[in-house]
Design a binder for this molecule. Structure first.
Ligand code: TRP
Length: 455
């Protein structure tokens, strides 16, 4: 007898829950850690403008594409393509996504580990100095250690492993719904402090007064990669989450809301950091350490700074955790559905594998500092190849699939909730974007940005 595949699939239980979970995936270290330092390294306002264009024209259509595929098929990133097109190798796009999830998790858990560590450092008083030089020392001694950062990375893996094992609705939804609003409020408080520091104006100018001479192709590639990373798109996380979304949800509206809210959080993180960077006499191009050095210094220049600092790193840890859940869920959904592994077995083996791979990223500032892959440390290699290559390439194929393979009639049906919504104009605009703009724009940026073709 054929095996019955009618096991009841869990799903998100309410519309607010869905948005909270999707937003929980999008909002993470990308907003609070990566957005500020990449903006700092690429010259500020002009970069932000390019980033916004990338979000609107490329990131958003790919996100919607993934939600459509996911909700229609109710399957994991690989299975979804097999359901829609069993005879052609489109499932490889999902396979590349599963691989990307591993590579992103490898360095993401490193940074999340630093954040977890900072909760305790802040509480214990190790960070009480408003001088960037002092907070720099604390950061350097953490990341150049061996046992300490590994310990935190392992803790991160155990935490997300536990939540994932609890299942979709209960685990993911509950945690994110509760804590996102709190993060927002705290960012607002830090923004106010940062903006009222003497000399903060230079930071605002850096963020909002574009200098277009700073835009080069590699800046555009960085903006494109960040847009993908920020919105959690290009590797099937949104297919997987889309598969848990109810059939009455208005998908285009949801994607737009998520992109707007995510961008707002990134900008708020930018406003928290850059005015302070300039006010404290620091420079914006300090790379991945920026958040860990500036934020403690800001808190130390305000009343109850230590309490707020602990709270800030706790909420950042929560945001990072929500984002990691979506990455891990891509792999777990794949293993449990394609190979019928139990959730438990899939989770345990996956966090073990990520731990092994990720330790090389964590030790990139110590034992493996001199080891390079294509001229980059393990940490930078995982970061660069995922954001700047794998996610954009995944985006090209997802867009091509939806635009040319799946086609207008199917898209219209899924995007209008079987005709219940009248959004034909939106469907047409979306089809134009995924058929032409998205694939062409990404291909050009990749080819030029990676120096394959020159102008
Ligand atoms: N978007 C998350 C952040 O900004 C990271 C993330 C979660 C992600 N899931 C993803 C990135 C899937 C790419 C793909 O922190």
């Amino acid at each position: 007898m054929k095996k019955e595949i009618s096991h009841k699939r869990e799903g998100f239980s309410s519309s607010i829950g869905v948005i909270a979970a999707v937003l929980g995936s999008a909002v993470g270290l990308g907003n609070i850690w990566k957005f500020p330092y990449v903006t700092g390294a690429n010259g500020g306002a002009a970069f932000i403008l390019v980033y916004l264009v990338c979000v609107a024209l490329v990131g958003l259509p790919v996100m919607l594409s993934e939600h459509l595929i996911g909700r229609r098929t109710k399957a994991n990133a690989v299975g979804a393509f097999q359901v829609l097109q069993p005879r052609r190798p489109w499932f490889l796009v999902g396979g590349a996504g599963v691989l990307s999830a591993f590579l992103i998790m490898a360095f993401y858990t490193t940074v999340a580990g630093w954040v977890y560590a900072y909760i305790f450092k802040a509480a214990g008083g190790a960070l009480v100095s408003a001088k960037p030089e002092d907070t720099t020392n604390v950061f350097n001694s953490l990341v150049s250690g061996v046992g300490e950062p590994l310990f935190w990375q392992i803790l991160v893996l155990l935490v997300i492993g536990t939540i994932i094992m609890a299942g979709v609705t209960k685990g993911i939804e509950r945690v994110t719904k509760l804590l996102m609003p709190l993060l927002f409020i705290l960012l607002l408080i830090i923004d106010i402090r940062s903006l009222t520091l003497p000399g903060a104006g230079a930071g605002l100018a850096f963020l909002f007064k574009p200098d277009f001479s700073k835009i080069t192709v590699s800046v555009v590639l960085a903006a494109l990669g960040l847009a993908f990373f920020k919105l959690s798109v290009g590797m099937g996380a949104m297919i997987t989450y889309g598969s848990y979304v109810d059939k009455n949800e208005n998908l285009p509206h949801m994607a737009i809301k998520v992109a707007l809210a995510d961008t707002l959080v990134s900008l708020m993180a930018g406003i928290a950091i850059f005015p302070a960077v300039f006010a404290l006499g620091f420079t914006p191009d300090k790379g991945p350490q920026l958040l860990f050095i500036i934020i403690p210094a800001v808190f130390n220049s305000m009343p109850f700074g230590r309490v707020f600092m602990v709270l800030f790193f706790m909420l950042t840890a929560v945001a990072a955790t929500g984002a990691m859940l979506s990455l891990l869920e891509v792999i777990i959904a794949y293993l449990t559905e394609q190979y019928r592994w139990t959730r438990r077995k899939a989770t345990l083996l996956t966090i073990l594998a990520i731990g092994l791979l990720g330790s090389t990223a964590t030790l990139s500032n110590s034992i493996f500092a001199k080891v390079t892959v294509f001229g980059k440390t393990f940490f930078d290699f995982f970061d660069f190849t995922t954001s700047n290559i794998l996610l954009p390439v995944g985006g090209i194929f997802i867009a091509l699939f939806v635009g040319w393979q799946w086609g207008y009639a199917n898209v219209k049906r899924e995007m209008s909730n079987e005709g219940k919504l009248s959004n034909d104009g939106l469907v047409r605009l979306f089809m134009f974007l995924v058929k032409f703009i998205v694939p062409i724009a990404i291909t050009l940026v990749l080819l030029v940005g990676l120096n394959v073709i020159h102008f």
